[in-house]
Design a protein around this ligand. Structure first.
Ligand SMILES: Nc1ncnc2c1ncn2[C@@H]1O[C@H](COP(=O)(O)OP(=O)(O)OP(=O)(O)O)[C@@H](O)[C@H]1O
Length: 291
């Protein structure tokens, strides 16, 4: 008889190197490398300095998880207004859990989450979105395929007071993205992969957030759309001053994009620095960039 419980697969470290080479490491190698990187972990003062000593969003010694399972262990993180920060690391390291914790999807066990120096760890996701100006773009394909582009955008405004406010916000967003505007009456399911990702980001903008949490913007996208999506995020950061915190499995793209990068291993910070510095870092190169 087949066992009903499938034993967990061993963790893999995967990255996308030059030429799209996937790097896969054994469990032992992951443990060994994690220990090496841990020795280089910056302290809180160094992390604050990376955020110009003026963080907008901070995690302080955050312990968080799901139910009884603790995933994040004493995580410190600081990002300033208008900065971008990319989380990279092995599968299962807890990168998405960081975004889930900031947005309010996890159980906070200890530590604090602060926005502008105010503790926000106790707010619900709705309060985060409506009151704190934090929006979350989830990893999975989350458009409603049978609804039009415009209707999908209106869904992003469900916390606004009344349909008219949502319509006005959707019109603002459509004015910024002609590609979506041209197709606003089309069913979202007929959009290309890149357009669907744009719609997901645009929907998160309806509430005019200050902070955008973006989970794996490049996942499932054909290579020709990936640069376009990062360009949209860059424009939001550079021209509109949004703070962007993202998780990215394509480490090279994430590091090229982000001002700051944090490497997470087993729910702990292993390494952090400017994105371009980590792009040149030999440990990061070996682990995540294919050599
Ligand atoms: N909603 C959830 N409920 C329970 N456990 C979860 C949930 N989401 C994630 N986990 C668990 O938390 C751990 C960390 O997962 P997480 O998705 O944060 O890692 P990750 O670094 O983003 O990985 P990946 O790169 O594979 O997406 C994993 O063991 C995962 O199974």
């Amino acid at each position: 008889m087949q066992p009903r419980w499938n034993p967990p697969k061993p963790p893999r470290v995967s990255g996308h190197g030059e030429g799209g080479v996937d790097l896969v490491m054994s469990v032992e190698a992951v443990a060994r490398e994690a220990a090496t990187l841990g020795a280089r972990r910056p302290d809180d003062a160094a992390l604050r300095a990376l955020a110009g000593d003026a963080p907008l969003l901070s995690l302080r010694a955050l312990d968080a998880g799901y139910g009884r399972m603790q995933i994040l262990h004493g995580l410190d993180l600081h990002v300033a207004a208008g900065q971008s920060l990319c989380l990279i690391g092995p599968n299962g390291a807890g990168k998405s859990t960081v975004l889930h914790s900031i947005y309010g999807f996890t159980r906070i066990i200890g530590g604090a989450i602060e926005l502008d120096g105010r503790a926000i760890g106790g707010l619900t996701p709705e309060q985060k979105l409506r009151d704190a100006g934090i929006a979350y773009v989830m990893q999975d394909n989350s458009v409603f395929p049978r609804m039009s582009v415009e209707e999908n955008l209106l869904m992003g405004g469900y916390l606004l007071p009344g349909r008219e406010a949502a319509r006005a916000a959707a019109a603002d967003v459509l004015a910024r993205y002609p590609r979506l505007s041209q197709r606003r009456r089309a069913a979202a399911g007929t959009l290309s992969g890149g357009e669907r990702r744009l719609l997901e980001i645009a929907r998160a903008l309806i509430m005019r957030p200050r902070v955008l949490l973006v989970d794996e913007p490049s996942i499932g996208l054909e290579p020709r759309y990936i640069d376009a999506v990062f360009e949209i995020l860059r424009e939001l950061q550079r021209d509109q001053g949004k703070t962007v915190v993202l998780v990215e499995q394509n480490a090279k793209k994430g590091l090229e994009f982000a001002d700051l990068a944090y490497v997470l291993v087993s729910g702990q910070l292993a390494l952090a620095g400017p994105g371009d510095a980590l792009l040149e870092d030999p440990d990061v190169g070996r682990l995540f960039l294919g050599g």
